[in-house]
Structure formats: structure tokens, C-alpha cells
Write a protein that binds this ligand. Structure first.
Ligand code: XMP
Length: 516
């Protein structure tokens, strides 16, 4: 049976991915489609429901996308949110007034005498998150108005007979405390979808799809030490067992313990066949004398591909390998599908990116998953906690966290300082509050210090703790002073070359998260 799918129509604001995630949190599978998708295409995909997302401030704005009224003749349940609510009202013959009735931020709504299915039993007045210019002044015929606010008469409406509903606010954000419940009611009660998108179902369906794709063929997978490649490999391992070979290139730029996590813990948890390539010397040789960050990235990327290809050739020598496993996630798929392309600020070639002329078919078991789903699947597959919870770590690793030339000794210094910082952050229970905390060695800077009776002339390390939703923007995390103090004391005592610990208090923009 086909998995019931909700299509989230993306009106171009930043909300569509969040809505899609919230739909899945209600145990219903969702996908995002662009606003330009014709109704005929929507019908062809047989969605269990359609959600119209937020978008531009006004349906009257130049170029604002309209909803084709034909959508409402198809019988497919539709939920409009914010802009989607107004576009829906307009398409169905309601009134949207460009009267400049703006509401931004936290707003109270009041339920009407008939709160309908979506708001039944919720507090008579409760806060929601608003962000709109125009307002709906009259609901379309057949709809019941279920809520209003001080400024707008129609803040929510529904026609449960036709399985159509909408809200002026953003139910998907945390500032609308009942929003998830309202979305859940739309999906389960109004649209009548049986919830079934659970971690167990994700694993079963993915394993089945991998088996169907790979048949009795062989596959290889490059492991990075991070969560995506580990979960992708574990799923493929479950599907085809020993016909998967994992390749782990140790480029010598990893943090303390990461190689062991892959070689011991990952293998113990999955039983996967692992081929490790010890390439640290080769990478160090290639990086000798190089200080330019982009140059470092290019060298690391280039060497990685060469080493990986050589390792693959060895595996392929044993038997024909037709498939390459990659940990592509759903946001990558959505973003590369319709984006206008943002300026390249750093060349983020993930180590693991391979040239176009590779002759493998790709197996991408995470292609429809969000990161939080990948972590849940990883936990369910009993992968090591350190891998499943690992914070983002750049492919070029510590190579771009040493400002200056990368050498063996500098790597040892940075690894030691980084291990202490991570230990203390974990011990303080802060792993969930920070997005990541690069530790950076300013290898070309020395400053005078005093330790015991002696004068030192050591290097500073920089702590760069950041909070973020998606790494596109970030704020520096206000770490407790006691934690900073412990890190500083330990690093300056335990790491010989370091005599200063400094804290980066720059947001992104203008700073990037990494220093290089
Ligand atoms: P920036 O420094 O651009 O980083 O604010 C944003 C996110 O990307 C990670 N990052 C990289 N990841 N290869 C990667 O795979 C890279 O070259 C690279 N550079 C930065 C960074 O850790 C952060 O999560």
C-alpha cells in the first residue's frame, strides 16, 4: 500500500520545511512541492491532503502566487496557513482586505461560539504567532469562522464536510503552543488520515526499497564518522548484509576518538564489513606549507577522492560493485530542486563528494528524511550514541580549524584542546543547547604568558560555541562562566602549547561558524 502523503505547497517563505517536519511529527509522511505545481500534477500524486504554507505578506503583492480554485474541486483535503489561508479564502470567494491590518508576533485569538474540529476544547483565548499584512474579512460560503483576534474578524475557518480548513496564524512554530495539536486534528480528524509514519515504518520501507534497488548486487559506502553516512550504511547493511562494504578514510584530521567510534562501536552495532584506509601521512604531505583556507579545502577534497577511489578499486577487485551509498538528506533534495542559488561563501564540498563520471548507481536511503528523523532511525538501529548525536563537523575536519599550516604537532595540540572542550560541554549537559562548538588553534599567533615560574610563549585557542537552527545564521551561545572557566583552566594546564583560551562572541552574519 502506498504511504499516505501530505503535499506541502511552498509559497516561498522559510516555513515549508518546518511544516513538513511538523506533519511528520504527527506521524504522517509529507513532501514539499513548489507553488508552481499545477493542480493536475497534485491530483496525479494522490496526496492524502495538501497544506498551503505561509509566504509573501500580501496576496495583493506583485507576483504573489494564487491558488488555482480547481484544487478545491478535487475533493483533496486542504489546510491553509497564514498566506495559504488568505490565498484559499480568495480562491473560494471569501474576502481578503488589503487594509493593512497587520499583526506580527505573539497575538491572542478568541474562539467563537462554534470552535469547530480544529480548536474544540482548546482555551477560549490562547496565544498564537501571527505574521501577516492583509486580513480575511469574510469567510467563503459554507465555512464556519472558528476564531478571531482583536484585529481580525476571521482568524480561522473550516468546512469539515468538504475537508477544508485554514488558520491565519502559524501553527508550525513553537510560539503557537496549541499549533501542533491543531495540525494534528486537521490531519487525523478533518482529513481522516491514519497516522502511520513512524520510525519502525521508515526503517521497514527503506530496507525494502534498498533491497528492490540493489537486488543481489554489491554496494560500497564511505563513512565519515558522522551521523548521516553511519545511518545510511546501517540501513543498507540491514538490507543487503555482507554485500555492503564500508570504506573509512582516516585523513588524520579527525577529532580524538572518532576513528575508534567507527572502527569499534559502529562495527559492533551493525556488523558491517569495514575497510579503513590510514591516509594521515598522505594528507599531511599534501597540506605541507599551505595556509589558504580554500586551498586547504581543495587539497583535502582532492586527496579524499583519490584515496577513496583507490580503496574502492580494491573492493571492486573482489567482485563487481554497482552501487554507491550516499547520505543525502531531504533538505538537500528540496534545496537543490527549486532554489534560486545562493552565493557560495565557502566551497562546502563535503568530503565524500565524488566526481560526476563515477560509474556507480547511487543508493540514497535518507533522501526523504529530515535530520531529526535520521537521528531517531540511528538510535532505533542502536548505533553508538556519540555518532547519532554528533554535532556537525566539517568534512575537512581539523584542517580548517588550524589557522596557518597544518602539521602533525599542531593537530595533536588542537585535538587535545578540542577533547577537553567537548568533555566539559557534555559534562555540563550543554550538548543540546549548542549547535556546535568549533575549537580553533591560532597557530600563527603567539602571546606571552606565565606558568609556574616560567615565561611562556604559546598559542591561543578560540572557543566558538554557536546556537543555530540550520547553520545559515547563528548566534554565539552564552555559555555559563563556570563551564568556560573549567575549559580554560584545563586546556591551559593540560595542553602544553596553549597558554590562552579566548571566546568568540560574533554572530553569523557577519562571522561564519568556522574560522576558515
Ligand atoms: P560556516 O563556517 O560556513 O559553516 O558558517 C556552516 C556549517 O557548515 C560546516 N562547514 C563545512 N562542512 N565542509 C563541510 O562538510 C566544509 O568545508 C565546511 N565548512 C563549514 C560548519 O561546520 C557549519 O556546520
Amino acid at each position: 500500500m502506498q504511504t499516505p502523503t501530505v503535499l506541502v505547497v511552498d509559497y516561498g517563505a522559510q516555513y515549508a520545511q518546518l511544516i513538513a517536519r511538523r506533519v511528520r511529527e504527527a506521524d504522517v509522511y509529507s513532501e514539499i512541492v513548489p507553488a508552481s505545481t499545477p493542480v493536475s500534477e497534485i491530483v496525479r500524486r494522490e496526496p492524502a491532503a495538501v497544506v498551503l504554507s505561509g509566504g509573501p505578506a500580501s496576496v495583493y503583492a506583485e507576483g504573489a502566487p494564487a491558488v488555482d480554485p480547481a484544487l478545491f474541486e478535487t475533493g483533496i483535503p486542504v489546510f491553509g496557513m497564514c498566506y495559504g489561508f488568505q490565498a484559499m479564502a480568495r480562491a473560494l470567494g471569501g474576502e481578503v482586505s488589503p487594509d493593512g491590518t497587520r499583526e506580527y508576533g505573539r497575538t491572542e485569538i478568541a474562539l467563537s461560539g462554534t470552535p469547530g474540529t480544529l480548536h474544540d476544547g482548546l482555551p477560549a483565548r490562547h496565544p498564537v504567532w501571527m505574521s501577516h499584512g492583509d486580513s480575511v474579512t469574510a469567510a467563503p460560503q459554507g465555512f464556519t469562522v472558528t476564531a478571531s483576534s482583536d484585529r481580525v474578524a476571521v482568524a480561522a475557518f473550516e468546512d469539515t464536510g468538504r475537508r477544508l480548513a485554514g488558520v491565519q496564524y502559524h501553527p508550525e512554530v513553537g510560539h503557537s503552543p496549541h499549533g501542533q495539536e491543531v495540525l494534528r486534528r486537521f490531519l487525523h480528524d478533518v482529513a481522516g488520515i491514519t497516522p502511520g509514519w513512524t520510525t519502525a515504518s521508515i526503517i521497514d520501507e527503506t530496507v525494502e526499497a534498498i533491497r528492490a534497488q540493489v537486488g543481489d548486487g554489491h554496494a560500497i559506502c564511505g563513512l565519515s564518522g558522522g551521523v548521516d553516512s553511519a545511518v545510511a550504511a546501517a540501513l543498507v547493511q540491514r538490507a543487503i548484509g555482507d554485500r555492503l562494504t564500508c570504506v573509512f578514510v582516516d585523513h588524520g584530521l579527525l577529532r580524538a576518538g572518532e576513528r575508534e567510534q567507527v572502527e569499534k562501536d559502529f562495527v559492533a552495532a551493525t556488523g558491517a564489513k569495514l575497510h579503513t584506509v590510514d591516509a594521515a601521512d598522505r594528507f599531511l604531505d599534501a597540506l605541507a606549507g599551505v595556509t589558504d583556507p580554500e586551498e586547504k579545502r581543495k587539497i583535502i577534497g582532492r586527496e579524499f577522492i583519490r584515496v577513496f577511489e583507490a580503496a574502492t578499486a580494491e573492493v571492486v577487485a573482489d567482485h563487481h560493485v554497482g552501487f554507491l551509498v550516499q547520505g543525502t538528506l531531504y533538505p538537500d533534495v528540496v534545496e537543490s530542486g527549486g532554489g534560486d542559488g545562493t552565493a557560495t561563501i565557502k566551497s562546502h564540498h563535503n568530503v565524500g563528494g565524488l566526481p560526476d563520471d563515477i560509474e556507480f548507481a547511487l543508493v540514497e536511503p535518507l533522501r526523504s528524511l529530515f535530520k531529526d528523523e535520521v537521528r531517531t532511525v540511528g538510535a532505533e538501529l542502536r548505533l553508538p550514541e556519540v555518532i547519532v548525536r554528533r554535532q556537525p563537523f566539517p568534512g575537512p575536519g581539523l584542517g580548517i580549524r588550524i589557522i596557518g599550516e597544518v602539521t602533525h604537532d599542531r593537530l595533536e595540540t588542537l585535538r587535545a584542546a578540542d577533547a577537553i572542550a567537548r568533555e566539559e560541554l557534555t559534562a555540563a549537559g550543554l550538548d543540546h543547547e549548542i549547535w556546535q562548538c568549533p575549537v580553533v588553534l591560532l597557530a600563527d599567533v603567539r602571546s606571552v604568558g606565565v606558568q609556574g615560574d616560567g615565561r611562556t610563549y604559546g598559542h591561543p585557542i578560540v572557543l566558538r560555541p554557536v546556537s543555530s537552527e540550520d547553520a545559515m545564521t547563528a548566534d554565539w551561545t552564552r555559555l555559563p562562566y563556570e563551564v568556560l572557566e573549567r575549559i580554560s583552566t584545563r586546556v591551559t594546564n593540560e595542553v602544553a602549547e596553549v597558554n590562552r583560551v579566548v571566546l568568540d562572541v560574533t554572530s553569523k552574519p557577519p562571522g561564519t561558524i568556522e574560522w576558515e
